[in-house]
Design a protein around this ligand. Structure first.
Ligand SMILES: Cc1cc2nc3c(=O)[nH]c(=O)nc-3n(C[C@H](O)[C@H](O)[C@H](O)COP(=O)(O)O)c2cc1C
Length: 323
């Protein structure tokens, strides 16, 4: 089915339960309960990756806190999400999944592996599964497992990044998928959100914009580096974790690394190994949207800004097309 002949997912379900179509994307060592609850309370999907909890007991506490916090935020709060690394190097997947079954996060996002291991559990309690994918091939594969949505990570994304243009990615995936299409990569304002929706996406996956939120767990020095730098100050390399990721050049230099001569580590153990955790702690990731960030502000005010820009973009678009 081609984009021009078929209507796509209409804004029911998740897109109808958000103030603006944005997911505060999961960020390693950055997103915790405060950020997730603030995002959901502000009307966008809040999320965190389970490796941010060092133990399953901590994950149990976090999910309890988030569940209660989002419930307390009232009926306009958006659903929250948890992000599971389904790569085989994640030895905690089974235990994490047991806690997911207990706490029933409304949305589960799989990353760095197939969504297959979570499908039965999450669909069993009526949750939505989104699979994070970086290529059309992986999107097609994930769609084959019956996921509700795809988070298509495009060029410009912070952390583990993609390489496709978001426009090319959305168009290609819409050829075979009419579920929830989430697009991420370098989108950091409401104008970009409107552009993504116009292109065929349902939601935008936005990480970098929330790096400097007051509620983010990033250190003050990390936040300052994000504020002071722009897209030209990023280096995309697989030399830190074994997977292509977007890093702040000055943080590589500060750690004695030559940004132009990074060598790949031996194995690909993503967030799991202690040494990789250490690397993420000192070497800071960001996406191309960082140039728009000029300070440390609460999530609520970021979402208010995004909503105002989204509304202005919608008016601008309508004014140009409905003559
Ligand atoms: C500091 C940082 C850490 C991240 N950690 C994770 C992670 O643990 N798991 C994951 O699936 N994605 C992770 N991401 C990727 C985001 O979820 C999302 O794909 C990305 O931020 C979207 O692009 P943007 O940064 O340009 O908004 C991370 C991104 C950043 C900036």
């Amino acid at each position: 089915m081609s984009m021009s002949t078929a209507p796509h997912s209409t804004p029911v379900g998740l897109p109808a339960r958000v103030r603006i179509p944005v997911v505060a994307a999961p960020m390693f060592l950055v997103s915790g309960p405060e950020l997730v609850i603030a995002a959901s309370a502000a009307g966008i999907v809040g999320s965190f990756p389970t490796p941010n909890c060092r133990t399953t007991a901590e994950l149990d506490r976090w999910m309890g806190t988030i569940s209660d916090g989002v419930a307390a935020a009232g009926p306009d709060a958006a659903p929250w999400a948890v992000n599971l690394v389904t790569h085989r190097s994640n030895q905690r997947l089974e235990e994490d999944l047991r806690l997911v079954a207990e706490h029933r996060p409304p949305v589960v996002i799989t990353a760095l592996g197939s969504p297959e291991p979570v499908m039965e559990t999450v669909k069993g309690y009526g949750g939505l599964v989104l699979a994070d994918v970086v290529s059309v091939r992986l999107a097609r594969k994930a769609a084959g497992f019956g996921v509700d949505g795809l988070a298509c990570i495009s060029a410009g994304a912070g952390g583990h990044t993609g390489h496709l243009s978001p426009f090319a990615f959305v168009s290609a995936v819409r050829q075979f998928f009419d579920g929830l299409l989430v697009i991420g990569g370098g989108i950091a304002d409401g104008w970009g959100v409107a552009g993504a929706v116009a292109a065929g996406a349902d939601l935008v996956y936005m990480g970098t914009r929330f790096l400097t939120a007051t509620e983010s767990m990033a250190s003050p020095d990390y936040k300052q580096m994000v504020v002071e730098h722009g897209p030209d100050d990023l280096v995309v390399s697989s030399g830190i974790t074994g997977t292509s990721a977007s890093w702040l050049r000055p943080s590589l230099i500060a750690n004695g690394l030559d940004p132009d001569a990074l060598t790949a580590p031996a194995g690909r153990d993503y967030n799991a190994g202690a040494d990789v955790q250490g690397r993420w702690k000192n070497i800071w990731a960001a996406g191309q949207g960082l140039g728009l960030i000029d300070g440390v502000t609460p999530v609520k005010s970021i979402v208010d800004d995004l909503a105002a820009e989204y509304a202005a973009a919608t008016r601008r678009f309508a004014g140009r097309t409905l003559r």
